[in-house]
Ligand binder design. Structure first.
Ligand SMILES: Cc1cc2nc3c(=O)[nH]c(=O)nc-3n(C[C@H](O)[C@H](O)[C@H](O)COP(=O)(O)OP(=O)(O)OC[C@H]3O[C@@H](n4cnc5c(N)ncnc54)[C@H](O)[C@@H]3O)c2cc1C
Length: 356
């Protein structure tokens, strides 16, 4: 048996000039990275959209320092961070292209047909991309949405969850966000003798008006139509420049600007879901929408890195087969084609019966 041969994408390929991508992958966690390097190793142009500023998914963001001991081939274990970095390097070296800080919004069907495939348009928070296949690898977790201008400080003084009481008691705190969780955070700080500046991007907070009144009554300052444009440390204080032209110095920031919610995304995509809210797939990891695959935690009941890898790789290979072979050479397409023919036959028979 011969070894699998990697077919490299050409190093001088101008990705900005592609009329469409072969594959767009949503999420740069274990499943998305494994899928990406598999399609790129088969010379498919591959774009990965990742909502966060770095690749890696849960191992990078939830347990970077944990030594993972159940990955085959690593008898001494490997940290979440190192595993993420290695997998990312492998994908990047295979010429997978990445867009970070960009979120999937929806996927539209188009009328443009390319070798039997109707192209899809993947619409994100920053743009849109035409492609032949989409692989959803965006996990099931709800991550707190990060604020890049504060995140770049990489400081323990920037919180995305409510800090422990001792951390904010009596402190000057900037709370960012206008929803109920931001308002609750502001009230908690005020109740512990803290000073609060609530920064709300919109003209009105979306949280309960009663909470806003309580914040004002307790001495909290509510800044509407206000965003942070820059931030830096001056001594042990965070100095923030605001879009209103003024600046703010505080010792702590609590960011409550929502979550990256898998459920909302799936609803927008109109995919058939399982009872537990995960995406339903067929044995080829294809969803109820043709040409859209789903792999890893996004659908599976066994939530492990090795399983996410394996599913990412399988979906990538099914996508590759569909892209490169006509239906009569492709098991899945042949099956779909047969089912369609049977459907047509049944419909024709039913119409004949009705006429008679
Ligand atoms: C605390 C903890 C410890 C664990 N320990 C282990 C272990 O020891 N061994 C093991 O095998 N497994 C472990 N797991 C499970 C493992 O981490 C997951 O099964 C695995 O990360 C799933 O990979 P994934 O790529 O499907 O999803 P994820 O890792 O969740 O990656 C999804 C990616 O998609 C991105 N994304 C989400 N929504 C969007 C969007 N709308 N647009 C663009 N990008 C988006 C996310 O930012 C993320 O980067 C652990 C899990 C946890 C929580």
């Amino acid at each position: 048996m011969s070894d699998f041969k990697v077919t490299q994408l050409k190093a001088d390929l101008d990705f900005d000039q592609l009329p469409y991508w072969d594959v767009v992958i949503i999420g740069a966690g274990p499943a998305g990275l494994a899928a990406g390097l598999t399609t790129a190793h088969r010379a498919l142009t591959t774009l990965v959209i990742e909502a966060k500023d770095r690749p890696g998914g849960q191992p990078q963001f939830l347990y970077a320092d944990k030594r993972i001991v159940d990955i085959p081939g690593f008898p001494d274990g490997i940290t979440g961070e190192e595993l993420s970095q290695r997998t990312y390097r492998q994908a990047a070296e295979a010429l997978v292209q990445f867009r970070f800080n960009e979120e999937l919004v929806t996927i539209a069907d188009t009328d443009q047909i390319e070798n039997e495939d109707k192209l899809k348009r993947v619409i994100t928070s920053k743009g849109s991309y035409l492609c032949r296949k989409v692989i959803m690898a965006c996990g099931l977790l709800h991550y707190p949405r990060k604020l890049p201008v504060l995140d770049q400080l990489q400081s323990r003084s920037v919180h995305y969850k409510i800090p422990k009481i001792g951390d904010y008691e009596g402190s000057h705190v900037a709370v960012i966000g206008g929803g109920d969780s931001a308002l609750d955070a502001a009230l908690m700080v005020l109740a512990r003798g803290g000073e609060v500046d609530l920064l709300v991007r919109a003209a009105e907070p979306t949280g309960k008006p009663d909470s806003v009144n309580r914040i004002r009554d307790a001495g909290g300052r509510v800044h509407l139509l206000t965003e942070i444009t820059a931030a830096q440390f001056v001594g042990d204080k965070i100095e923030m420049q605001l879009s209103t032209g003024s600046s703010l110095n505080c010792s702590l920031a609590i960011v409550q600007i929502g979550f990256l919610s898998a459920k909302e995304t799936f609803e927008r995509l109109e995919l058939v879901l399982n009872e537990d809210g995960s995406i339903a797939v067929d044995p080829y990891f294809e969803t109820s929408r043709k040409g859209i695959f789903a792999v890893g935690d996004v659908h599976g009941d066994i939530k492990l890195i090795a399983v996410a890898w394996a599913e990412g790789i399988q979906a990538a290979i099914h996508a590759f087969k569909e892209i490169t072979s006509p239906y009569w050479l492709n098991e899945k397409r042949l099956k779909d084609h047969k089912i369609a023919l049977i459907g047509e036959k049944i419909a024709r028979a039913a119409a004949t019966v009705r006429k008679a």
